[in-house]
Design a protein around this ligand. Sequence first.
Ligand code: SAH
Length: 278
Amino acid sequence: MSDPIIPPEPVAAPSRAQGRKSIRPSAQPRELMTPVPDLKNVWKAQVITLLPGAFPGILGESLTGKALQDGLWQLETLDLRSFGIGKHRNVDDTPAGGGAGMVLRADVIGPAIQSAQAGAPQNRPLFYLSPRGRPMTQQMMQDLARADGVTLLCGRFEGVDQRVLDHFGMQEVSLGDFVLTGGEIAAQALIDATVRLLPGVLGNASSTEEESFSAGLLEHPQYTRPAVWNDHPIPEVLMSGHHGRIAQWRREQSENLTRIRRPDLWAAYQSGKDDDRA
Ligand code: SAH
């Protein structure tokens, strides 16, 4: 895949149009391509980032890449640098009150968010990727897959000016309890986990219904041929052809794994079962 980025689509602020690109993986060189208009009613991820070259990244590969090419979802990056201030397009400054590092400026992020939201449908939530955020969950991805898309702000350095988060009422979401150098990997994880839930993206829709977290449990172990590998056979029940016994075995495995590995999920699962009975 040579150059996945096509020329920018038109936006309201002409001086900043260069910062906005729709992305579809393609074998065509850029100069042979024409701008792709927004696809109506197609789930769209907008990513505000200092590193637009990091997209589509892994999202351009395999199932998500094919789905992007087929127009099952859309990706747009907004280059934060093009919203920068002055000749040098400054985007950051030192923290008020002192301390290490740099903070992304509110007067740079603000216009970028406004540009992303111009003409956007109502139901496209605005998230800031942040280690302080709510940890990402499968439920979050299921909700997002039912929205019209998502707008994601990727931080860098020490993060972004708090006022911009407050002003736009941004929800903060985290990839986990660790610190990345920027929000881009977290954004790609969120987009990947959501796009695979969109209709038509996975060949087999039932695979998203049975997998980890969907029923509040971790998935049972999986096996495939050869029937014996390094003296380890596939569990006999899976070779029995007895669907009832197989389903029961899988359920028991799921429950055991969840109970041992994730007491938090197990407790939630059990209280859910209690609610069902009530
Ligand atoms: N000083 C901040 C960390 C900044 S890391 C703090 O201590 O909270 C730089 C950027 O990386 C953040 O602005 C955020 O966008 C992104 N980032 C870092 N860790 C992340 C995580 N666990 N989940 C999502 N985004 C993260």
